[in-house]
Design a protein around this ligand. Sequence first.
Ligand SMILES: [Fe+2]
Length: 210
Amino acid sequence: MAQMSMNKVIHGAFRRDLDRFVGALTSFTAGDSARAHQLGRAWANFDLQLTDHHEGEHEIAWPALESVGVTRETIAQMDAEHETMAAALAQARTAMSSLESTAGQGEAEAALSALMRLRDVTVEHLDHEEREIEPIYIANADGPEMKEMGKKFARTGPAKAGVFFTWILDGATAEEKQALTSSVPGPVLKILTTLFGRSYRKDVAPVWSS
Ligand SMILES: [Fe+2]
C-alpha cells in the first residue's frame, strides 16, 4: 500500500519553493538585476505549478474524493482556502514582476512580504488538506476511483509532465522520491524528465543552486 500520496509529494515541492523564495528575497542585494531575472524565471514556474495544482484539484481530485466519501463541506472549505491562496498568489505575482523589472530595494522588501504572506496561507492550507484528505488518498490508493483520477491527471501531455516531475524531484526527500516512483513507472519518469525536463534544469534549478 502507498505510504504517501502524489498530492503530498507535490505539496513538498511547494513548501521547498516557498522557503527558497523567502530565503532568496531575504538575502537579495538591491540592484542585482541578474538575480531578479533568475528569481523571475523560478517564479514563473512556481506560479504555473500552483495554479495548475489547484485547478486540477477542483476539476479532477474533488469529484474523485467525493465519490469515496469526502463531504461537500470539506470540499467547500478547501475551495475557500484556494481562493485565499489565489489572492495571495496574485499579490505575489505583481510584487515579483516589479522586482524583476527594477531590482530595487523597496521592490525586494515588498516581494519578501508578499512571499511570506503567500507561504503562510499556502502552508496552512496544505497542512489542513493533508490532515483531512491524505488518509483518504492512502486508504483508497488501489481503488478504481483513484486509478481513474490518476489517469485523468496523466492526460497533461509529456512536455508539461516532464517539467512538472523534474521540478518535484528537485530537492525531494528519499520518501517523496519513493512515493513518486511507486505511482509513475521508473522508465516513464526517466524519459519524461530527461527529454522534457530540460527547460527546468536549464532555467530554474540553477536559481536555487547558485
Ligand atoms: Fe489544495
